[in-house]
Design a protein around this ligand. Structure first.
Ligand SMILES: *Cc1c(COP(=O)(O)O)cnc(C)c1O
Length: 392
């Protein structure tokens, strides 16, 4: 490919732009993972990563993509043949369901329309019918990255409690951790599944399970075959700052930096920044006369916005136009909405001018691709961004 000036705009909703500070941290010589320097690093990171999940429970760190941590959650706490209640919020909930089925669980999938989050009342109704408590876990994706929908996790917790059901609650926060407020302990979640390459601003390669006492107790009697994913072996080794196998040493240098950066900014400020950029993006979408895929305002994602293409226009053709002309990658439509939506990632290490540039590329791309729209989206976003700033 011919050289292009300037930085590529990586506006897919993960992997996200990795800040220079994290790149510099990763760019250090790999150290002995059984030596004293590594033990100090690991103990610090394992302790401090809990503040990002808002938990005092152990967080297991895997050298794996998010999918690995999905599997880890299921094989540690559940046994073959166990029923799990899952909710269809988009492609990521569908993939987790498929994984559950492949490893011998019996998922019960509550159908959704890909435009609304997990319906707590439907979950409560399904649990109420299960009087013999055959359902062993309820699994929800906090922020479904395929649809730009954020589900209300505390409402799901309340639904389980209201049904008086003992099922574990498992939540995928792969694209909300570090972007949207999340509280593992306060919300009574048993297993939280995270990943490195989205709100945490790291490259792909690490993933996480935050694990409650109840989940660890369930793991003691689980009959699923597992070795690499086993929580207990990991948690015991981690107590001494070691891993049972070679960890992703350089990614852990990066994780140290990412945790520090999130706290330097302050988690609440990080979440407010994401909310603001999401609102500015939706104002642009409205001004273009296009439609946001998510139909419930209370469930709009602050990490990304999925935009519906006008009927008869191919989203991937539009994305190709943007990539070729402006060197920007936008997220494609996944699964049922392939070709019908494009996704604007506005999560991770991101600021007002990066967002403005992103929206500018979208607006010019709509024009070049001949997609029917009104101009003025960028201006609407700018007005909103400006209103939130101080005048001289
Ligand atoms: C990205 C993502 C995944 C998949 O993670 P991989 O790292 O690609 O395995 C799962 N769930 C959600 C919500 C995601 O955004």
């Amino acid at each position: 490919m011919a050289r292009r000036g300037g930085r590529h705009f990586l506006q897919i909703p993960g992997p996200t732009n990795v800040p220079d500070r994290i790149l510099r941290a990763i760019d250090n010589p790999t150290i002995d993972h059984r030596g004293p320097d590594f033990a100090a690093l690991a103990q610090g990171v394992l302790q401090d990563v809990r503040t990002i999940f808002k938990t005092e429970q152990p967080v297991v760190i895997y050298t794996a993509s998010g999918t690995g941590a999905w599997e880890a959650a299921l094989v540690n706490a559940l046994s073959p043949g166990d029923r799990v209640l899952m909710y269809e919020t988009g492609q990521f909930s569908t993939l987790w369901r498929n994984l559950a089925e492949r490893i011998g669980l019996k998922p019960q999938f509550i159908a959704g329309d890909w435009r609304h989050g997990a319906d707590a009342a439907a979950i409560q109704a399904a649990l109420a019918k299960d009087s013999s408590h055959e359902i062993k876990a309820v699994c929800v994706v906090h922020n479904d990255t395929s649809t730009g929908i954020t589900s209300n996790v505390p409402a799901v917790r309340e639904a389980i409690d209201a049904a008086g059901h003992p099922a574990l609650l498992m939540v995928d926060v792969i694209s909300s951790l570090g972007s949207i407020d999340y509280r593992h302990d306060e919300w009574g979640v048993d297993v939280t599944v995270g990943g490195s390459q989205k709100g945490l601003m790291l490259p792909p390669g690490l993933s996480f399970n935050a694990v409650s006492v109840k989940a660890r107790v369930a793991a003691k009697t689980s009959r699923s075959m597992r070795s690499y994913w086993d929580w207990e072996e990991m948690i015991q080794a981690n107590a001494n700052g070691v891993f049972p196998y070679t960890p992703g040493t350089n990614l852990l240098f990066g994780l140290r930096e990412a945790i520090d950066m999130l706290h330097e900014e302050g988690l609440d400020n990080v979440f407010a920044r994401h909310d603001r950029h999401a609102e500015a993006t939706r104002r642009a979408v409205n001004a273009w006369g296009l439609e946001v895929l998510c139909q419930n305002e209370a469930e709009y994602s602050s990490a990304l916005t999925a935009v519906l293409m006008p009927e008869g226009n191919d989203a991937d053709n539009f994305r190709k136009t943007v990539l070729e002309n402006f060197d920007m990658s936008l997220g494609n439509g996944l699964g049922k909405v392939a070709g019908k939506v494009f996704r604007i990632g506005h999560l991770g290490d991101f600021n007002d001018l990066m967002l403005s540039g992103t929206l500018c590329g979208v607006e010019m791309g709509l024009g070049l691709a001949g997609v029917p729209h009104s101009t003025g989206g960028v201006a609407a976003a700018m007005d909103y961004l400006m209103a939130g700033r101080q005048s001289a």
